[in-house]
Design a protein. Structure first.
Length: 277
């Protein structure tokens, strides 16, 4: 077993159960599946993929770095329980501090870096997030931000974007363009950060293309229909089912093939939990 795998196993043995239980408890009374405890686990799974990929060309991966990434992954979106605004990272950092204080538990070696990563993970700023290099140890922030960006792509990303943007009050008419703009920025962030990681770039391209094509088709469908909020077929139908999660299952069974195919694929992807790319 390689160094990163040993450190991942040790970090999970020390932290994973407690961190997952904390995230699950916080989201128990908040219905936000796109950002709940299962999202935090998927982001950690993507972080593990990144750590192993980076370790192949960078000797700077350390046990303290792995531990810090795990902790940051399980607090980065906990602030969404209290606010779905884009600055929720600040709340997540406060929740992390409180968690350690309430349990009288010593913080990790890289605690300051962990808190910074939680607070700034949603900032897509080249001056904040550094690219992965062969000579320089990676930052917790960059690993977390890239993993979170990857989680925003593909079949899962379609659901995640739609739910949170609709929750923020973005209209059906604005939704597609707003998502495409943000997703493009995220894809550029991944591509810039992952220059030495060919397999990650290839995966992100496939996932980005899937999301991009969906919302381009969504925008085209919007131009051809009246009463967009009543359409239950095509990409718009998918979004309307996401928009009203309490719909009876029989309605979904009566929807078009594209809608049913999407939700079947979504279930499959969620079951896989981003363990592999």
């Amino acid at each position: 077993m390689s160094g990163p795998d040993i450190w991942i196993d040790r970090a999970e043995a020390s932290w994973l159960d407690d961190l997952y239980a904390n995230a699950e408890a916080l989201y128990h009374k908040t219905s936000l599946p796109s950002h709940d405890h299962s999202h935090h686990l998927r982001v950690w799974n993507l972080c593990k993929v990144l750590l192993r990929e980076i370790a192949a060309f960078n000797p700077g991966i350390s046990e303290s770095l792995v531990e810090g990434v795990l902790i940051a992954a399980f607090f980065h979106d906990l602030g969404m329980v209290y606010s779905t605004r884009e600055d929720h990272g600040h709340l997540g950092a406060e929740l992390c501090l409180k968690w350690f204080k309430d349990r009288d538990r010593k913080g990790p070696e890289k605690f300051d870096e962990v808190l910074r990563a939680i607070e700034l993970h949603d900032r897509k700023d080249e001056q904040i997030q550094e690219s992965f290099q062969k000579e320089t140890p990676p930052e917790i922030l960059t690993i977390l931000a890239v993993a979170d960006d990857l989680e925003a792509m593909g079949i899962i990303g379609i659901y995640r974007y739609a739910e949170i943007y609709l929750r923020r009050g973005i209209s059906l008419e604005e939704l597609g363009e707003r998502i495409l703009k943000n997703a493009s920025n995220r894809f550029e962030n991944i591509s810039r950060a992952c220059l030495p990681c060919g397999r990650i770039r290839e995966y992100s391209r496939r996932q980005y293309d899937e999301l991009r094509q969906f919302f381009e088709a969504y925008n085209e469908q919007l131009k051809t229909v009246a009463g967009a909020d009543r359409i239950l077929s095509g990409p718009l139908g998918v979004i309307n089912y996401i928009r009203k999660p309490g719909r009876d299952k029989s309605e979904l069974e009566g929807a078009g093939k594209e809608v049913n195919d999407y939700f079947r694929k979504l279930k499959h992807e969620l079951d896989q939990a981003r363990l592999q790319i």
